[in-house]
Design a protein around this ligand. Structure first.
Ligand code: PMP
Length: 743
């Protein structure tokens, strides 16, 4: 054991406190000197080559004047530049470069250009240095990355990860390394080694990996780490490249090689980490971010990304746009399905509450309620994949997984609901529900709420005013009875103590001569505009239909599985429907939907005609459904949604104090709506503003959508893993959009 404090005092003539720091090969420490200055002490292993030490010093001398702080050598008392200790190790002292690591500073993307400038300046400063290598350079030499990665591939066991590495190496292999100029570079301009101070790049540290290699490695490595955890990693890379080019040369061959080198650096990082067995916790954050970036880039359109990066590097961009090609190809799909956003997105990957486009750009998803427990939820995906390898067939056989799912669904429902049908979509569920109530009552007529939507089949379009009263719709059929939307914002009489009685009065008028088989109703109407009816009002609709002998179908396709702060939205009103339909989140994106009903109704439906559904309730769907229920429990979805949604509702409500075009803010759990109006007196819908808010948010990486009968309600229903930080970001973006809009 050395006495470090004495060492520093005796050898370098400096008194101070010694704090150990992490290091890969060298033993590092910060020395807080009694002279008021800080120093970095490095102790290299005994076998460190003297020429490597000399090389490192010549690198530091060469970069001393690059306009950002770099460590300088503090000579020993005897004027030597390092000291050899009794155990053969060498001790060096450097000036301490202050500042916060780029990673720690929150990776501000606006500093990307400066990172490029610094990389370019370092390359210029080192251009004439004779070749040499510091102690660790060989492992991180991008001109030898193919070998380094392949030798370590065996440590990656997950086939999906192996595939990412294969694709990275394939790209790398297309680079003609012989055409790339070589020189000495820093070789590790990562997010820990670039220091930020007062909103600017202040310094560069750790020249311990400096080596002679391909010159463009410097830029590729700077790009790689600057791209970590960014919403728009390719955009950040193009900024780094622009900064670099403003001070240093970049050949066409170098520009063309950049993406392959970025991928190779990521692949080197993750395979080297894997080969070390993750023994250094210091590296695991970086490892996760490297995997994430690799997955995002590989899921994207690598050719388009390569073009964009090469283009930023001044290489002439080949013509042709992939998006235009896809739009062209899409004409083979039926034209009646619209695309979201003025410039459609090509979404190729999802993870948790995020979606990623074909350039690896990350979007906070505030819209997709289907991927309830997170996009590409690994537990759900694995359950589906595992069962697919074993069996997938129809439900004419006994299967424990299917029965377990049915039991678990019933356990979430009131006791009177004790029979389940498994189907494939919300539409199938509602279609069957209508057949159930018709068969059980022997009647045909159906009541529904104005502006409601229940599915895409012929019958369901007929009970969906959202469709039949809209362009292309055939209008109301005479067997359909439309009760008013229970919207207290547009119909204030439905609010307050007399609201439910008022609603009942109007409903009785509508149904005056009717004998409906049933009512189909969402407790919190979605397409109708994210309506939160006052207490007692949905109950009045139920009562009006029941008074005429009808049954009630609670459509929980949007609102179910814990979205609205209760497991089922009808529970918020203490209702007891005879039929409940569920869909969207049931399979987290896999087609799985459910109808639950009473034994009496199910038995009435068993009238001799079999109900067969080829895919409904197959073992894969059931395995997925069970995994979704597991994840709902593990993530405590109901409570989480109540807390995060409650906070979001509060912040959005405060927006209304500052922005006069916010007419109403409403919601329950993570099911919210912001209704925009021209003014609060006329309540005239501000549909154009809603459209502008959605486009503004999209440009800032936040995805929203619009709904409601007047297309003026911003709809918020994110995957339930959406958290408070996401909520704050969403509010800030909506606020920014409202402030920026010229309305
Ligand atoms: N009911 C409601 C309330 C819905 O919102 C939807 C879909 N938007 C459906 C039923 C139909 O579901 P699917 O699209 O899965 O057929």
């Amino acid at each position: 054991m050395i006495d470090h404090e004495r060492l520093v005092a005796d050898v370098f003539g400096i008194r101070g406190d010694y704090t150990p720091l992490p290091g890969e090969i060298d033993e590092n420490a910060r020395v807080t000197g009694s002279d008021g200055r800080d120093y970095l002490l490095r102790i290299s292993p005994p076998d460190t080559d003297v020429s490597a030490l000399r090389f490192r010093q010549s690198v530091l001398e060469a970069v001393a004047d690059i306009d950002v702080a770099t460590p300088t050598v503090i000579p020993a008392v005897d004027e030597s530049t390092w000291a050899i200790l009794d155990d053969g190790r060498t001790a060096h002292l450097y000036s301490w470069v202050d500042g916060m690591a780029y990673s720690e500073a929150g990776r501000p993307p606006e500093l990307a250009h400066q990172i490029g400038v610094v990389a370019g300046r370092i390359v210029n400063a080192l251009a004439d240095l004779p070749p040499g290598s510091a102690a660790t350079g060989f492992l991180w030499d991008l001109s030898d990355a193919g070998r380094i990665i392949r030798e370590r591939l065996g440590n990656i066991n997950d086939p999906r990860r192996q595939r990412l590495i294969d694709i990275a190496v394939d790209r790398y292999d297309t680079i003609d390394l012989g055409t790339l100029p070589r020189q000495v570079v820093h070789n590790d301009l990562n997010d820990e080694n670039i220091l930020v101070h007062d909103g600017a790049i202040y310094g560069v540290i750790d020249f311990g990996d400096a080596t002679e290699t391909i010159r463009v490695a410097e830029l590729a490595i700077a790009c790689t780490y600057a791209m970590f955890d960014q919403d728009d990693p390719v955009g950040v890379a193009t900024e780094v490249i622009a900064g670099y080019r403003s001070v240093a040369p970049l050949t066409n061959a170098e520009a063309g090689a950049l993406l392959g080198l970025i991928l190779a650096r990521l692949a080197t990082s993750v395979t080297v980490s894997a080969s070390r067995g993750g023994e250094n916790p210091h590296h695991t954050i970086s490892e996760d971010l490297a995997w994430d970036l690799l997955a995002r880039l590989v899921a994207g359109d690598l050719d388009a990304i390569a073009e964009e990066i090469a283009d930023a590097g001044g290489k002439v961009r080949p013509s042709g746009s992939r998006r235009a090609d896809l739009l062209d190809q899409r004409s083979t799909l039926g034209p009646s399905l619209s695309l979201s956003y003025q410039e459609p997105l090509t979404i190729v990957r999802g993870s948790g509450q995020y979606l990623f486009d074909d350039r690896g750009r990350r979007y906070l998803d505030c819209v997709n309620n289907v991927c309830h427990v997170g996009h590409a939820n690994p537990v759900v995906a694995a359950a589906g994949a595992d069962q697919s390898f074993v069996l997938n067939t129809n439900t004419r056989y006994l299967h424990p997984e299917v029965l377990r799912y049915a039991e678990r669904i019933l356990a979430t429902l009131p006791d009177h609901l004790d029979r389940v049908f498994l189907v494939n979509s919300g539409s199938e569920a509602n279609e069957l529900a209508i057949r159930l109530v018709r068969t059980a009552t022997g009647r045909t007529d159906i009541a529904c709420l104005d502006h409601g939507y229940h599915g895409n089949t012929s019958t369901l379009i007929d009970v969906s005013p959202y469709k039949f009263n809209a362009p292309g719709g055939a209008g109301r059929r005479d067997w359909v009875h439309v009760l008013p939307s229970p919207d207290p914002y547009r119909v204030p009489e439905f609010d307050g103590p007399g609201g439910a009685a008022k609603y009942r009065e109007v409903a009785d008028d509508v149904l005056v001569d009717a004998a409906p088989a049933g009512l189909i109703i969402e407790a919190l109407p979605g397409c109708g505009g994210q309506i939160v009816p006052p207490q007692g009002v949905p109950n009045a609709a139920y009562d009006a239909v029941r008074a005429r002998g009808g049954l009630v179908i609670a459509d929980e396709v949007q609102t179910g599985f814990g979205r609205t702060g209760a497991f089922w939205a009808f529970q918020r009103y203490n209702l007891e429907p005879e039929v409940v339909t569920m869909g969207k989140p049931a399979g987290n994106g896999h087609p799985l939907a459910v109808v639950a009903t009473t034994r009496a109704i199910a038995e009435a439906f068993d009238n001799g005609m079999e109900y067969f559904n080829t895919f409904g309730g197959n073992p894969v769907s059931a395995a997925i459904g069970n995994a979704v229920l597991d994840e709902i429990e593990r993530l405590d979805v109901v409570n989480h949604g109540t807390i995060v949604g409650g906070r979001l509702l509060q912040s959005l409500t405060r927006l209304a104090d500052r922005h006069r075009m916010v007419g109403d803010v409403r919601g329950a759990g993570l099911y919210l709506g912001v209704e925009l109006v021209e003014d609060r007196v006329s309540k005239h819908p501000a549909a154009a503003l809603a459209g502008a808010v959605v486009e503004y948010a999209k440009a800032r990486g936040v995805l929203l959508s619009i709904d409601g009968p007047f297309s003026n309600v911003i709809k918020i229903k994110p995957p339930m893993v959406f958290n408070s930080t996401d909520a704050d970001r969403l509010v800030a973006v909506i606020e920014g959009a409202l402030a920026a809009s010229a309305f």
